[in-house]
Design a protein around this ligand. Structure first.
Ligand SMILES: NC(=O)c1ccc[n+]([C@@H]2O[C@H](COP(=O)([O-])OP(=O)(O)OC[C@H]3O[C@@H](n4cnc5c(N)ncnc54)[C@H](O)[C@@H]3O)[C@@H](O)[C@H]2O)c1
Length: 357
C-alpha cells in the first residue's frame, strides 16, 4: 500500500509532532484531524485537512487507513477501541491507558480482531537504545547488577495550565517515569517488585511533582529511578538525548547508568566502562564511546508504524507489552501511596491477567 491515509486524533504538543512527521513522509499523508480545541481548527485550516470536533465523526466519515491517538491519557483506551472496532491500525501515544482494565481490554480487542496497536514508547526506535540493548544482551558489561536513572527536569508553570496534567493520572509518573520503566524493561528485563515514594509538596497539585522508585528485576538486578518535574537540572533523557531539540534544550550529559559485573554503560553519552585485565576499584578503569548514528526517532517510529499498517512487521511494542509497562508504572503510584512493596508476580491488581494475549 502506498500513500497511507493517517488521521491524528488530538493535535496538541505531541500530535503536532506526528503531523510534522507525516508531512515529511512520502509514504503517507494526513487525512484529517479530530480535536475539539479552537487551536486545532486553525491548524487544520492551515494544513488544508478536514477537522472534526468529535473523533467518532472522523472515524465514520473519513477514509482512513491508520490513526495516531495523541489525546489525554484517560481517553486512549476508548479511542483505541473505537479504531480497532473499525479494523483501523492505531498508534496510541503512551501511556496506553491510565488504568490497567482499559489497557488490557485494548490488548485483548487487538488480539481478537487481529488489528495491530503500536504504543508510542518512541525511545525503542532510537538506534542508541537498540545498540545499548544489544551490548547488555551480549554481556559486554557482564551480569547486570544495577541501573540508576535520573529524570530530573523543570516544567514551566504554563505546562500545568492544562487541567488534565494536574489531576491524578496526568502527573510525571505516568507522563515521564513510564518512559524510564519501559526503557528498563526493554534494556534490562522484566520487573518483579516495586517500592516507591512520591511527593507533591513543591507544586502542591493533586498529582506528584517528585518521586523515586526501586525496582527488582527478574534477573536479580536492582534499578532506581529519581523523578522530579520541578528540578532545575539537565539530568533527564529529554534534555540529554536530543530526540526533540525543537522542544527541549540539548545537553548530552550522562543520565542513565547501567552497571554490570564486568563493566558499565552510561547513556545518552554512550560510554562503555571496563577493566583491561584484572578488575578492581584500585585499578584504572577504561572508557570508550560506542559509535551510534543519530536518527530522528519520531520518523523511525512513523516508518515502523507504516510497516505495521502494511502488515510487513509486528509492532515493536504492542498493546500487551505496553500494558505491562503501565502495570509497573501504576504499581509505582500505588507503592508510593501505601508505602508497601508490590510483588508484580503475585499481586492480582498488577500481575499479568492473560498470559496468552
Ligand atoms: N511520546 C512522547 O514523546 C510524548 C510526548 C508528549 C506527550 N505524549 C503523550 O501524548 C498524549 C498527549 O499529550 P500532549 O502533551 O500532546 O497533550 P496536549 O494537552 O498538548 O494535547 C492533547 C490534545 O488532545 C485534544 N483532545 C482532548 N480530548 C480529545 C478527544 N476526546 N478527542 C480529540 N481530541 C481531544 C486536546 O484539545 C489537545 O489539543 C499524552 O498521553 C502524553 O502522555 C507523548
Amino acid at each position: 500500500m502506498s500513500d497511507i491515509n493517517i488521521a491524528v486524533i488530538g493535535a496538541g504538543v505531541i500530535g503536532k509532532r506526528h503531523v510534522q512527521e507525516i508531512a515529511n513522509s512520502d509514504q503517507c499523508k494526513l487525512a484529517a484531524i479530530a480535536d475539539p480545541s479552537p487551536e486545532a481548527g486553525q491548524q487544520a485550516a492551515a494544513l488544508g485537512v478536514a477537522l472534526h470536533q468529535d473523533y467518532r465523526k472522523l472515524l465514520e466519515t473519513e477514509r482512513v487507513d491508520a490513526v495516531i491517538v495523541c489525546t489525554p491519557n484517560s481517553t486512549h483506551g476508548e479511542i483505541g477501541l473505537a479504531c480497532i472496532e473499525r479494523g483501523i491500525p492505531v498508534l496510541v501515544e503512551k501511556p496506553i491507558a491510565d488504568d490497567l482494565a482499559s489497557a488490557r481490554a485494548l490488548a485483548e480487542a487487538s488480539r481478537i480482531a487481529r488489528v495491530p496497536v503500536l504504543v508510542g514508547h518512541h525511545r525503542r526506535h532510537n538506534p542508541m537504545v537498540r545498540t545499548a540493548r544489544k551490548a547488555i544482551a551480549e554481556g559486554r558489561i557482564g551480569k547486570l547488577v544495577a541501573a540508576n536513572i535520573m529524570c530530573l527536569h523543570y516544567k514551566p508553570e504554563a505546562y500545568y495550565a492544562v487541567p488534565w496534567r494536574r489531576r491524578i493520572g496526568g502527573g510525571p509518573i505516568l507522563i515521564n517515569m513510564i518512559h524510564e520503566i519501559d526503557l528498563i524493561r526493554h534494556l534490562c528485563g522484566e520487573i518483579i517488585s516495586v517500592q516507591a515514594v512520591s511527593s507533591n509538596r513543591t507544586r502542591a497539585y493533586e498529582v506528584e511533582d517528585s518521586a523515586a522508585c526501586t525496582l527488582e528485576l527478574e534477573n536479580g538486578a536492582i534499578a532506581n529511578i529519581s523523578l522530579s518535574d520541578t528540578a532545575a537540572t539537565p539530568w533527564s533523557w529529554d534534555t540529554a538525548a536530543g530526540e526533540d531539540r525543537a522542544l527541549f534544550d540539548y545537553r548530552p550529559v550522562p543520565t542513565h547508568f547501567f552497571a554490570g559485573t564486568n563493566g558499565a554503560l552510561s547513556l545518552p553519552d554512550k560510554t562503555l566502562w571496563s577493566y583491561d585485565g584484572e578488575k578492581g576499584r584500585h585499578r584504572p578503569i577504561q572508557d570508550e564511546r560506542i559509535p551510534v548514528e543519530e536518527e530522528n526517532v519520531y520518523a523511525n517510529q512513523l516508518r515502523h508504524f507504516l510497516d505495521v499498517v502494511n502488515g510487513a512487521t509486528e509492532p515493536l511494542i504492542d498493546a500487551h507489552d505496553a500494558s505491562q509497562t503501565l502495570a509497573v508504572t501504576l504499581a509505582v503510584v500505588e507503592a508510593a501511596r501505601t508505602g508497601l512493596k508490590i510483588d508484580m508476580r503475585t499481586d492480582t491488581r498488577f500481575s499479568r491477567g492473560d498470559a496468552t494475549a
